[in-house]
Write a protein that binds this ligand. Structure first.
Ligand code: ITT
Length: 223
């Protein structure tokens, strides 16, 4: 029979254990500060071997309207990760990325999501870029996807990792996979656009995969 004092101790231990367990669980959870479903799908695939559970902001019960008013990918990634870390008290990751087109002086760059208006379809955005480059020769069609992944920790630590994938603007859109500017981003090594690659193939070479893999290896797996 368990005496009253023992039972109080057991309850206290159980509560402490549960709190510890919760703390450990929290350490294994990451909230990804993105509202972009295409990004989240790729990120979950890249993170699946880490032991971390990746929660979307919605799954974490966060409804934040974050103003991305930074001048660089790194600033915007940090703005998003800081906001989610502050609101949740947990580890937050964010991705800020975009397409730089040489012939357009690096545009749309950090404005990639807002280019021609946030609600404008990618069919229209992609057609606009193809038309802009209608007279551009092959060697003038250089472009790259850039991605900065930011991690912000409850103790105030902040990390960023950046990566790019070099390619060219295609002559015509092609492919149904991926999202955003993928149908017009041609990768010479693969002889197709990133929208024609499977997610598995894209996740071997993309800006996002390279930046997130570095964050995984150099930061997250060392926690
Ligand atoms: P969050 O801020 O909520 O993460 P977002 O779509 O607004 O989502 P960004 O501000 O980082 O994200 O804008 C990045 C835009 O760049 C994105 O909407 C795409 O149009 C484009 N982009 C980035 N990575 C891409 C990829 O892998 N394939 C195609 N387009 C990409």
């Amino acid at each position: 029979m368990v005496r009253h004092e023992e039972s109080v101790q057991i309850r206290a231990k159980t509560a402490a254990g549960a709190a510890e367990g919760e703390e450990r669980l929290k350490m294994k959870q990451i909230i990804f500060a993105t509202g972009n479903a295409g990004k989240l799908k790729e990120i979950r695939e890249i993170m699946k071997d880490t032991g971390f559970e990746v929660l979307s902001m919605k799954e974490a019960g966060l409804a934040l309207d974050i103003e991305e008013d930074g001048a660089t990918f790194a600033e915007n990634a940090l703005i998003k990760a800081r906001a989610v870390c502050a609101a949740s008290g947990g580890i937050a990751l964010a991705d800020d990325s975009g397409l730089e087109v040489d012939y357009m002086g690096g545009a749309p760059g950090v404005y990639s999501a807002r280019f021609l208006g946030e609600d404008t379809s990618y069919g229209v955005k992609n057609r606009y870029i193809l038309d802009k480059l209608a007279q551009a020769q092959e060697e003038e069609r250089g472009a790259r996807f850039v991605c900065v992944i930011a991690a912000v920790f409850p103790d105030g630590r902040e990390e960023t990792r950046e990566a790019v994938i070099e390619g060219r603007i295609a002559r015509e859109p092609a492919g149904e996979n991926g999202f955003g500017y993928d149908p017009i981003f041609y990768v010479p090594e693969y002889g197709c656009t990133t929208a024609e690659l499977s997610m598995e193939q894209k996740n071997k070479i993309s800006h996002r995969a390279k930046a997130l893999n570095r964050m995984k290896e150099e930061v997250l797996c060392r926690l």
